[in-house]
Design a binder for this molecule. Structure first.
Ligand code: 13P
Length: 256
């Protein structure tokens, strides 16, 4: 059984005070949510504030990037052990913004994922095609190739800790969500590739969808059989909006 996982990706937003205020309100709104995993991916500078705000709750802390190296002369980088020390249980790797804007390649993303697993942090490995690639009918090839390349160093024994996120680049921050059917089609393909790569237990890996998820569309997205969660950017910045997404199963949300 794959437990749903709803992740807020704040990207480069929020000061420490803003992050702390968000956590206070979110906790008030969610109470003790135990039916789904809730994760907040904060900028490095807010990790401590969010960690402190989350003490005693089941909400998990995530980082948005990591260095694949353990330590050394890597100015400006943050190691997996440092993230573990900061209280992170998850870390996003290979987000399309890092691939497109900072030139991250599959091989490096794979090393980051393995390094995170080595310190007990769950990687959220992102894949997704651009609009150009989709229009050229290359979605399946691109996603399969990113997935294979980004998981090369991940050992089968560790896959219980792995999360994959499908984020079509054309749906990120654009308001153009993939239809639930479009997303399901790619999730099914990812699921098949994970089984090929890791054997039958590959079917247990959770796959999140990301790209303009909001309270109004999360119910339909989560209803798809191979969508196990959402990775939320813009709609995760306000606690009430993210709380609605987390409570997607509630009647109140279905009615919106
Ligand atoms: P939006 O929800 O703002 O489209 O961002 C999606 C995303 O990139 C999450 O990682």
């Amino acid at each position: 059984m794959r437990r749903p996982i709803l992740t807020a990706n704040w990207k480069m937003h929020k000061t420490r005070a803003q992050a702390a205020a968000f956590v206070t309100v979110l906790r008030e709104q969610l109470g003790h949510t135990t039916e789904v995993d809730v994760v907040i991916a904060a900028p490095f500078t807010s990790l401590a504030a969010v960690h402190e705000g989350l003490l005693g709750s089941e909400i998990a802390l995530a980082a948005q990037n990591v260095c694949a190296e353990a330590e050394g002369a890597f100015t400006g980088e943050i190691s997996p052990a440092m993230l573990a020390d900061a209280g992170c249980h998850y870390c996003i790797v290979g987000h399309s913004e890092r691939r497109a804007l900072y030139g991250e390649q599959d091989a490096e993303i794979s090393r980051k994922a393995a390094a995170l697993l080595g310190v007990g942090i769950r990687p959220i490995v992102c894949v997704g095609e651009t609009l150009e690639e989709r229009e050229a009918d290359r979605t399946a090839d691109i996603v399969a190739s990113q997935l294979a390349g980004s998981l090369t160093d991940v050992e089968t024994a560790a896959i219980g800790e792995l999360v994959v996120a499908y984020e079509p680049v054309w749906a990120i921050g654009t308001g153009h969500t993939a239809t639930p059917e479009q997303a399901q089609e790619v999730h099914l393909l990812i699921r098949a590739r994970l089984r090929e790569r890791f054997g039958a237990s590959g079917a247990d890996i959770r796959i999140q969808y990301g790209g303009s998820v909001k309270p109004e569309n999360v119910v339909a997205i989560m209803a798809q059989p191979d969508i196990d969660g959402a990775l939320v950017g813009g709609a995760s910045l306000a606690p009430d909006s993210f709380a609605k997404i987390v409570r997607y199963e509630s009647q109140e949300n279905r009615a919106t």
